[in-house]
Write a protein of this length. Structure first.
Length: 143
């Protein structure tokens, strides 16, 4: 059962989604899916292409910004930051939702958001991004 965790009114994170979840994602009011999980991480995960096909067929936007365990790049932060101006609510997913939340926090900080506020929003959704504070401050221009 898909249970997205709301970080803001227009951005939520979720664990791995399935093709069958796309209709519920659309019904929940999301207009855009961001895939932060690299293909092949687990044998039982659907491919990004399968999720993309289902999203586009449902009239949803789709973008892949895969994040592996080596960390986050400036390009990944910039890519998500650019998508955050979408007028349609965004659902980002990865294995557990943690990488999606971390990337959201970094992208939001790069857009000038306050790191303390971002940390509080993530904690309220069940994700801990406190370790990213120095990077968020640097991206915000405080470091």
């Amino acid at each position: 059962m898909l249970e997205p965790r709301r970080l803001t009114e227009s951005f939520s994170a979720a664990p791995q989604i399935a093709v069958e979840d796309v209709a519920a994602i659309k019904a929940a009011g999301f207009g855009f899916i961001v895939n932060n999980r690299p293909d092949g991480e687990a044998a039982d995960q659907p491919s990004g292409a399968e999720i993309e096909e289902a999203a586009l067929a449902a009239g949803l936007g789709y973008c892949a910004i895969p994040v592996d365990h080596s960390g986050f790049s400036v390009e990944q932060v910039a890519a998500l930051s650019a998508l955050m101006v979408s007028p349609r609510p965004v659902l980002a997913y990865c294995r557990s939702g943690t990488r999606s939340t971390m990337l959201w926090a970094l992208a939001s900080a790069s857009r000038g958001e306050d790191p303390d506020t971002l940390i509080d929003q993530a904690l309220a959704a069940g994700y801990d991004v406190r370790a990213l504070r120095p990077a968020m401050e640097q991206l915000r221009g405080e470091g």
